[in-house]
Design a protein around this ligand. Structure first.
Ligand SMILES: [Zn+2]
Length: 220
């Protein structure tokens, strides 16, 4: 892997006109997420994409020479969507801008080779505006984590990639209900099995996106 390709997949792109809308968010943390996160202007052009968005586009055969900030950040998001989903997304984004309230839903996006379910959040920007200037969209792939029969695991057993704190708690975001990974990353994942039947006691927190969106502090 050469240096340029390493960089392009690990850093977000942000348009300067959109930067004020993103000033409360920790974009370096967004780059650690396995979710695609992107910002849209009112005309539905892309103005911000996180590192996973760029990796996802690359995995889906977008030519590398097109994955440059000045090209990506002028695309209409609808031009990145094909088929009948295009009008679905256009209506969804436009109604979220009109209604000015966050929108959440689950949807299936399977391909012939891969079963994919996604959880999608669309947040009007800035928080609380009656006429939003843009949207922040988060697509999280649903992580399927069936609850093991032998929960809780015996003391000392290592649970691969687990979500338990050292004290045996699951941390869930009290707003979007994603679960915090405990592998040292800043990742929060969507695990529907844990919502109704948590395999361990729950402790509530706020994920970085919800914290920054609903409780902004001024960042320099
Ligand atoms: Zn959250």
């Amino acid at each position: 892997m050469n240096h340029a390709s390493h960089d392009i997949e690990h850093t977000h792109f942000l348009a300067s006109d959109f930067a004020p809308l993103m000033s409360n968010f920790d974009l370096h943390t967004h780059d650690e997420h396995h979710s695609t996160i992107y910002g849209l202007r009112r005309d539905l052009t892309l103005a911000y994409v996180n590192a996973e968005w760029i990796r996802y586009a690359f995995r889906n055969s977008a030519p590398r020479h097109l994955l440059q900030p000045d090209i990506v950040l002028n695309l209409c998001v609808l031009d990145t969507i094909t088929g009948p989903l295009r009008s679905f997304y256009r209506d969804l984004f436009q109604s979220t801008l009109r209604q000015a309230v966050p929108h959440y839903h689950d949807y299936d996006c399977s391909t012939p080779d891969e079963l994919r379910e996604l959880h999608m959040d669309v947040l009007p920007l800035p928080f609380g505006a009656s006429e939003p200037d843009g949207l922040l969209t988060i697509h999280s792939q649903v992580r399927s984590r069936p609850i093991p029969d032998d929960y809780p695991p015996p003391k000392g057993a290592s649970v691969p990639e687990d979500y338990l704190t050292p004290r045996g708690l699951l941390i869930t975001c009290s707003n979007c209900r994603r679960f915090r990974a405990q592998d040292g990353s800043e990742r929060w994942d969507w695990i529907p099995e844990y919502l109704n039947h948590p395999p361990a006691p729950i402790s509530h927190g706020l994920c970085d996106v919800c914290l920054d969106y609903y409780h902004p502090i001024n960042r320099d």
